[in-house]
Design a protein around this ligand. Structure first.
Ligand code: SF4
Ligand code: SF4
Length: 355
């Protein structure tokens, strides 16, 4: 099945790896289910141009919740895999996830899985007469098409029944497994979910509802056919955690694991790997399936000299946090003080690397 219009036709006669298709799918499931979607210039030849107005704002699939036990069993098998990271931040992120019907919503009948198109943004940080244009991946700022907005969309455009209940469970379920098994997307070699028309530039959400939808079986687990004859993401990954031989990424080496969490960066992390205020998009931008989509971005409000200096000094006073909450569309409430040392460290590394 084609995944986009960029010429990534299935090529069933290619032999991408020595692994059988079953082994490949099994491995991508183990890794892809668990690695958060927060993960991300080469191969710029023949990039297509995409009319932004043709990119869907969102896409969705529904699944009856009667599939939850099977999904939970699949998730448990993946979680027990010996190949997965035992790093505490990763385990902490994965442990609370599962396919459970909340005690206060036993009448739930279906889950609506939504992929919203998202763009990265750039922010100019000013310092000592210079301007530092820094990338902020979509996971780290609040886009207009966020969970609150999508809940309304699900209620109005998908469920379409007054009085029905819709509950956001996006932070409680393994979203990538749900997206793959609902037929909404495919795994790529970089462990991200690709959705037709928006590539990997999507954020996933899940909503429970008491609305029954027509019965649908679970989709076959699929990987992008294009990955079988492509090496762009594994060649550009700054920490070499994407493997050519299979679809398991080495989470312990992924930049995101380190720049999202507090603490000193490990010595082995190359200084040149830092390129975003948080997270990493290196393995998404050169992907041919993202051609024409990866080139789209937004811009947030500039951060003044005084604000930049306060960030670098690690001095989070209340007016600054309030301003950053508005300008960076992040840093809400109590979370802002916890995140601040991460912001100070990450911005410091980026500024020093460009001096
Ligand atoms: S470190 Fe590698 S796998 Fe991780 S997000 Fe960056 S490019 Fe992707
Ligand atoms: S860059 Fe190539 S190998 Fe990586 S996800 Fe995209 S198509 Fe697959």
């Amino acid at each position: 099945m084609r995944h986009d219009d960029a010429g990534c036709e299935p090529s069933h006669d290619e032999k991408p790896t020595t692994l059988s298709r079953r082994e490949l799918l099994s491995r991508v499931l183990m890794a892809g289910v668990l690695v958060p979607q927060d993960f991300g210039q080469r191969g710029r030849r023949s990039r297509r141009v995409v009319d932004p107005s043709q990119i869907p704002t969102y896409k969705y699939r529904t699944l009856p919740v009667t599939h939850f036990p099977a999904l939970q069993a699949e998730f448990d098998r993946a979680r027990k895999s010996a190949t997965l990271s035992r790093a505490k931040p990763f385990v902490d992120q994965v442990s609370p996830l599962g396919f459970k019907i909340p005690a206060d919503f036993q009448a739930a009948k279906s889950v609506v899985v939504v992929a919203a198109f998202v763009k990265p943004v750039y922010v100019n940080f000013h310092l000592d007469g210079s301007s530092y244009r820094i990338l902020v991946p979509p996971q780290y700022y609040k886009d207009d098409m966020n969970s609150d907005a999508l809940k309304g969309v699900v209620q109005k455009n998908i469920v379409q029944r007054a009085g029905s209940r819709v509950v956001d469970i996006s932070e409680r379920v393994p979203l990538k497994l749900l997206a793959a098994r609902s037929g909404l997307g495919y795994y790529g070699r970089n462990n991200l979910i690709f959705v037709e028309g928006m590539g990997s530039y999507n954020l996933l959400y899940a909503f429970l509802t008491d609305e029954p939808f027509p019965e649908t079986g679970m989709a076959q687990l699929e990987v992008l056919e294009r990955c079988r004859r492509c090496d762009h993401c594994d060649r550009i990954c700054p920490t070499a955690c994407i493997l050519r031989s299979n679809f398991i990424i080495d989470v312990d080496k992924c930049l995101t694991l380190y720049n999202e969490n507090p603490g000193a960066f490990p010595n082995w992390l190359p200084a040149s790997s830092h390129h975003a205020l948080m997270g990493c998009m290196k393995c998404q931008s050169p992907c041919p399936v993202n051609g024409g989509i990866a080139e789209l971005y937004g811009t947030l409000e500039d951060i003044s000299e005084e604000e930049t200096r306060k960030i670098l000094n690690g001095a989070p006073d209340d007016p600054l946090l309030k301003t950053l909450q508005r300008k960076l569309r992040n840093f809400k409430g109590a979370q802002s003080r916890q995140l601040f040392p991460v912001l100070t460290r990450n911005l410091g590394v980026l500024v020093r690397s460009r001096v």
